[in-house]
Design a protein around this ligand. Structure first.
Ligand code: PGA
Length: 249
């Protein structure tokens, strides 16, 4: 039985004060949410404040990106080891905004996953097709390439969580229907069992992301292979993130 998982990607929003305020509200509203695992991904500059507030709670904290080297002359970058020492236990890797705006490729996604696992961070790895790819009927082959090129060199992915986020649904208010999402999630789980083991495939959590809101979360979460959510916009409001966590109960 896979435990539902609800994660909030705060993107480039919040400063330390507003992040601490949001984290404080979540600490209260989600203190009894034992039915799901939870994580938030604040921007780097808000991490310390959020880690401090959520210490000792069931809400994990992670970075939104990392560099695969431990340290070095890489201006503007933050390593997995740095995140870990700050108190993070998670990290987001391969988000479509990183792939689209910052040239992130499957090969760098792979390096980042390796670095995260080595540092003891649990990665949430994002995959998903663009609208053009969906309309040309190549959703499955895109997702398959992202998984094979980005992950299949990793011998054991049991510490990895996957997030299927169709790019056309991110921040657009247009979510995938429960059946559209379920079809891709099922395809991903089958692929995981081919590339790794049946056991890993049955246990790995595959989150859906893309315009998840309190009013569409329940139907999506009822689908067999949808194990929770990576929430963007709606995670910046404590009430809506809490309502989404309630919906996976
Ligand atoms: P959204 O973002 O919920 O605002 O669509 C999801 C994400 O980018 O992870």
């Amino acid at each position: 039985m896979r435990k539902p998982y609800v994660a909030g990607n705060w993107k480039m929003y919040t400063d330390p004060a507003s992040a601490a305020d949001l984290a404080g509200k979540l600490k209260l509203s989600l203190s009894n949410a034992t039915w799901c695992d939870m994580a938030v991904f604040p921007p780097f500059t808000s991490l310390a404040a959020v880690i401090e507030i959520l210490k000792g709670t069931r809400i994990a904290v992670g970075g939104q990106n990392l560099h695969w080297e431990k340290e070095g002359a890489f201006t503007g970058e933050v390593s997995a080891v740095m995140l870990k020492r700050l108190g993070c236990n998670m990290v987001l890797i391969g988000h479509s905004e990183r792939r689209t705006y910052f040239g992130e490729k499957d090969a760098t996604v792979l390096l980042k996953i390796k670095a995260a696992l080595e540092a003891g961070l649990k990665p949430v790895v994002c995959i998903g097709e663009t609208l053009e790819q969906r309309e040309s009927g190549i959703t499955e082959s895109v997702v398959e390439r992202q998984i094979r090129a980005g992950l299949s060199e990793i011998p054991d992915i049991s510490e990895v969580t996957l997030a299927y986020e169709p790019v056309w649904a991110i921040g657009t208010g247009r979510n995938a229907t429960p059946q559209q999402a379920q079809d891709v999630h099922k395809f991903i789980r089958n692929l995981v069992s081919q590339c790794w083991t049946q056991d890993i495939a049955s246990n790995i959590r595959i989150l859906y992301g893309g315009s998840v809101k309190p009013d569409n979360a329940r139907l999506l979460s009822e689908m067999e292979d949808i194990d929770g959510f990576l929430v963007g916009g709606a995670s910046l409001n404590a009430d809506s993130f809490t309502a989404i966590a309630e919906a996976v109960k």
